[in-house]
Ligand binder design. Structure first.
Ligand SMILES: NC(=O)c1ccc[n+]([C@@H]2O[C@H](COP(=O)([O-])OP(=O)(O)OC[C@H]3O[C@@H](n4cnc5c(N)ncnc54)[C@H](OP(=O)(O)O)[C@@H]3O)[C@@H](O)[C@H]2O)c1
Length: 232
């Protein structure tokens, strides 16, 4: 029976991946790699195939135990883990030493043209270290509306971003989770491939705000600001 370790297990994508793995009839044992197993256990359904291991990107002493006996690693880079040489490279070295051969990496759409984002470097590293790989490159998460953008929506009824009228392709993390689970459970079928995971529509923030108003009656003012004003 194969063993799969899911990093970022308590986040938007990780939760969906685990849900779909457990509900799909996949026979693998699923390990959730989490900073605080005690706390994480409470947030997941009891399931005989789901186990928890302590894992912290910022604590290398947790890597060996978390990776022991793992066949497939689902690698997700948490948003605040930006230094690839400091956090991801050592993890991949540990993975090699522990005999992990297969990695499914949650990357991002457009990574091939964005040389300065960490995902670009991580993909290159995985290839250079000769892991068997699958790269998942999702577009813009719909769930940004209910996570990172939510406080401003709730407090001020607005979204402020330096996005102008640009159209984004919106994807539901539920769909990412469903596909990632298929890939993790049937790795050899998908090995050495890269998949862009997208939704069906390209919509600007203005259009999404209008849609929300039409569907649920809540008015959200989209304000586009200059990048300088937004980031400084
Ligand atoms: N947002 C988008 O539109 C979009 C689009 C394409 C790709 N992506 C990529 O998707 C990834 C983010 O996925 P997400 O939205 O699922 O993330 P998320 O909801 O922010 O979850 C982050 C996960 O990482 C865990 N984590 C944070 N710091 C950790 C540490 N030091 N050690 C171990 N685990 C740690 C968190 O666990 P705790 O519970 O312990 O905090 C949580 O499970 C990023 O790489 C991003 O670039 C995002």
């Amino acid at each position: 029976m194969s063993s799969i370790l899911i990093l970022g297990a308590t986040g938007n994508v990780g939760r969906e991946v685990i849900k779909h793995l457990l509900n799909s009839g996949c026979s693998a044992v699923v390990f959730a790699g989490v900073r605080n197993p005690q706390r994480a256990i409470e947030g997941f359904p009891v399931h005989k195939q789901l186990k928890f291991r302590r894992f912290d990107f910022e604590d290398q002493s947790s890597f060996g135990e978390a990776l022991k006996g793992i066949d497939v690693l689902f690698l997700l880079r948490p948003p605040q883990i930006a230094d690839v040489d400091r956090y991801i490279k050592p993890l991949l070295n540990y993975a090699k030493n522990e005999g992990v051969k297969k990695i499914v990496f949650l990357s991002v759409q457009g990574v091939e043209q964005s040389k300065f984002i960490p995902h670009h470097k991580i993909e290159k590293l995985i290839l250079a270290m000769s892991f068997k790989f699958v790269f998942l490159r999702p577009s813009y998460f719909m769930q940004n509306l209910t996570t990172t953008l939510l406080p401003e929506i709730q407090e001020k009824g607005s979204i402020t971003l330096p996005a102008g009228g640009a159209k984004f392709n919106w994807v539901d993390v539920e769909d990412i989770g469903a596909f990632a689970a298929k890939v993790l459970c049937n790795f050899d079928v998908f090995s050495s491939q890269t998949f862009e995971l997208t939704g069906l529509q390209n919509l600007s923030f203005q259009e999404v705000s209008s849609l929300i108003q039409k569907k649920v009656g809540i008015k959200i003012n989209y304000r586009s600001v200059s990048p300088l004003r937004f980031f400084c």
